[in-house]
Design a protein around this ligand. Structure first.
Ligand code: CTP
Length: 448
């Protein structure tokens, strides 16, 4: 019996895929189809796959052309599959000509002519696009615009900023450029909000009331009651309200949390996260630029993410220490928050006027997880043990500083109604609570 294997993503299964499977099958008597996992696709640069692995496998199964369906998860798996499954023929479409010649050592390699005029990418891009609006006065809005070009099904339509003259050229050439949030909301399906935290509440409320989905920089609001009100509004109207903490969407961070929770480093006893960035203009001058964020405002939610995602939100004590910039404005140059949980402790250290090592350490009873600086942009982490021979390193792809994955996840959630919560609602709520304590000076000791 001649056994044939072929590989692919098979997203939004189309005529080209079916024709390929038919011809693959006719090359032998038994056809194995390997479907790629979402993570493997991301690592290969395909970030917009619309259907889940299960849906894509179901679609291949429904063609009735596959005798066996397997999953392709990692680079280098093909040789192993060919040997393990006793494969005689490896085949893929002609878009791959030459790329799999190295497999000729193990079996016959056949490149089949690709069907002209159809591809998953084309089908994805023809689907209705989500029109996104950007809100805020921060320079990294331009990053969201440039990264959006890598995400199928998304089009940045406009921007709403207080100071239009401060916008970069790329933003200024968008279709809608306005200082009125109402004008922006009227022309978009979703907004990314990166305004000052005090403005979030009313901006989000307006957006949700008009049926516009929201991706918002953290903290979503500055008090728990208004956060809950917005969450309720989003739920009852079936609209997405997502927190834009970038590391939450990165594969390395998600894997780190899962590994730690699975007990590989024993019982987690401490989580310590540091995030700092020295900002020009802050600290040195006597006047703080309008719209500038302090250390907790800019870094607090990011630093709290691993604490709450790993330890939960049931802390029983919280003490904060903070130092302001040498100005009249109440912006913090440095802050630290120390949490006590019934069975663990955690600390976050954040600074815009103080520099430190921006790493993340999760300490356990058997070993620890170490994410080197800058941990919030990580594509890499280590698990370390008493015996260095047991240490393990993990690498993952991270493109576009995490913005790309975040936008792709947002589109998938809005378009396909995917329920995946990258950030647990309790985490969002706890972040709001800590931020409101900080802003109101509860449990905060000021140092000079
Ligand atoms: N294929 C084909 N003809 C097409 C499209 C795909 O023969 N018009 C083949 C590919 O060469 C590959 C298999 O189908 O062997 C699975 O391809 P996949 O990458 O999943 O599909 P594409 O439509 O090429 O997806 P994308 O646009 O995301 O690259």
């Amino acid at each position: 019996m001649k056994r044939v294997i072929t590989y692919g993503t098979f997203d939004l299964l189309h005529y080209g895929h079916v024709r390929l499977l038919e011809r693959a099958r006719s090359l032998g008597d038994y056809l194995v189809v390997a479907v790629t996992t979402d993570d493997f696709d991301i690592a290969r640069g395909k970030i917009n796959v619309q259907q889940s692995l299960a849906e894509r496998m179901d679609a291949v199964r429904e063609t009735g052309l596959a005798d066996e369906i397997i999953v392709e998860e990692y680079e280098g798996q093909k040789i192993d599959d060919i040997q393990r499954l006793g494969i005689d023929v490896f085949t893929v479409g002609s878009d791959w000509v030459g790329q799999f010649d190295y497999l000729k050592e193990y079996c016959e390699v056949v490149y089949l002519d690709r069907t002209e005029g159809v591809s998953s990418t084309q089908i994805r891009s023809e689907r209705k696009r989500m029109r996104l609006g950007l809100v805020g006065d921060v320079p990294f809005l331009a990053k969201y615009l440039s990264e959006s070009t890598y995400v199928n099904g998304l089009e940045v339509r406009g921007v709403c900023a207080k100071r239009l003259e401060g916008l970069q050229d790329s933003l200024r050439s968008l279709e809608i450029v306005t200082s009125s949030i109402d004008e922006l909301l009227a022309g978009v399906d979703a907004v990314y909000i990166a305004s000052a935290p005090e403005e979030h509440y009313w901006q989000i409320k307006k957006a949700l009331s008009q049926g516009v989905h929201v991706l918002c920089e953290s903290p979503i609001t500055l008090d728990v009651r208004s956060y809950e009100e917005l969450e309720h509004l989003a739920d009852t109207r079936g609209i997405r309200l997502l927190e834009a903490i970038r590391p939450a969407y990165s594969t390395a961070f998600k894997r780190l949390c899962l590994l730690v929770k699975s007990g590989v480093i024993g019982r987690v006893t401490a989580v310590d996260a540091t995030c700092t960035s020295l900002s020009e203009g802050l600290g040195s001058s006597s006047k703080i630029p309008a719209g500038a964020w302090g250390s907790m405002g800019e870094w607090g939610p990011i630093a709290m993410l691993p604490v709450f995602q790993i330890l939960g939100t049931g802390f029983i004590d919280l003490q904060m220490t903070s130092r302001r910039f040498d100005t009249k404005e109440p912006l913090d140059a440095f802050s630290r928050a120390e949490f006590v949980f019934p069975d663990a402790v955690a600390s976050i250290t954040v600074g815009k006027g103080v520099k430190s090592e921006g790493d993340l350490v999760v300490s356990g009873t058997r070993g620890y997880a170490y994410v080197p600086a800058p941990w919030w942009k990580t594509d890499y982490f280590e698990l370390r043990f008493e015996n260095p021979a047991d240490n393990r390193r993990y690498f993952y792809q991270l493109d576009g500083a995490g913005v790309r994955n975040q936008l792709a996840s947002f589109v998938l959630m809005v378009e396909n109604g995917l329920e995946t919560r990258y950030i647990a609602p309790e985490t969002s709520r706890a972040i709001v609570k800590v931020m409101s304590d900080f802003v109101d000076g509860r449990n905060v000791t000021q140092i000079s």
